[in-house]
Ligand binder design. Structure first.
Ligand SMILES: C[S@@+](CC[C@H](N)C(=O)[O-])C[C@H]1O[C@@H](n2cnc3c(N)ncnc32)[C@H](O)[C@@H]1O
Length: 246
């Protein structure tokens, strides 16, 4: 690893050194950094499950702040990068257990349930075509809720009663479905709402902006998603949410 691909990231009141990977899932996303702001101030003795761990920002931050252990899951094999990042931040290897898994599909039942799940999962609403599904780390299903709702409903099986699941819910997805579904399992508290602008050419070369916008217009006309168009830009809200298991 060269010094060049190591960057410093703020997590709560500490700084983490993380190696960067050119793949889409390898970098710390802006939304992850925002999500970190609603996490508890300290993690002393807590067990953490980092769902969609990427380069380990949400795993290593809690470990530095006192978490007892982390179960890190990603659909990509990020184990080498995770190990390198643990080393960079002086965390012993045995504090983290990595599973390459599509959500919880390859995770065995746990002896002890988890205190806190942190998940920043893909949630782009896209046409249900093979082409769109190839957008690794972005495809969230036709209405954007496929992965987020699976994470929340399946995650409940791994969480202690009273345990917390922290995640983002975008209004560019069928967010009312996500909230309706999760209210059966969790007490839902929106901790912060942020305004975002849809990036131009975000889905190229798989999907043009025209194809993406006509899909979003279809969902908006159907009353499933909410956004504004300001000077040609699509602006939308993202809720940063604490779900507490009942
Ligand atoms: C927005 S990135 C967040 C990465 C990391 N948590 C961070 O804070 O920087 C989303 C991550 O979710 C992973 N992912 C996407 N779909 C997944 C799935 N079905 N199961 C597990 N991980 C998934 C991606 O590979 C990617 O690493």
């Amino acid at each position: 690893m060269t010094k060049k691909n190591i960057s410093e990231f703020k997590f709560k009141n500490i700084s983490l050194n993380l190696s960067q990977d050119a793949r889409s899932g390898g970098n710390v996303s802006h939304s992850s950094r925002l999500l970190s702001k609603i996490l508890p101030k300290e993690f002393k003795g807590k067990s953490i499950l980092d769902l969609g761990c990427g380069s380990g920002y949400m795993s290593i931050g809690p470990l530095v702040l006192g978490a007892s252990s982390v179960l890190a899951i990603d659909v990509d094999d990020v184990s080498t990068q995770l190990q390198a990042n643990l080393k960079l931040n002086n965390i012993p290897e045995n504090k983290i257990k990595f599973f390459k898994s599509n959500l919880f599909d390859s995770v065995p039942p746990l002896k002890d349930k988890i205190d806190i799940i942190i998940a920043n999962l893909p949630q782009h609403s896209l046409p249900a075509t093979r082409k769109a599904k190839n957008l690794l780390g972005k495809y969230g299903g036709f209405d954007g809720t496929d992965i987020v709702c699976r994470g929340l409903t399946e995650g409940a099986n791994f969480l202690k009663v009273g345990g917390q699941y922290y995640g983002a819910v975008s209004e560019l997805t069928n967010y009312e479905r996500t909230f309706a579904l999760t209210k059966c399992l969790y007490n839902v508290k929106i901790k912060q709402t942020i305004q975002k602008v849809l990036r131009k050419e975000e889905m190229l070369p798989w999907l043009s902006d025209d194809e993406l916008i006509s899909h979003l217009e279809l969902l908006k006309m159907g009353g499933l998603i909410s956004y504004e168009r300001l000077n040609g830009d699509i602006t939308y809200r993202v809720h940063l949410v604490q779900f507490t298991l009942r």
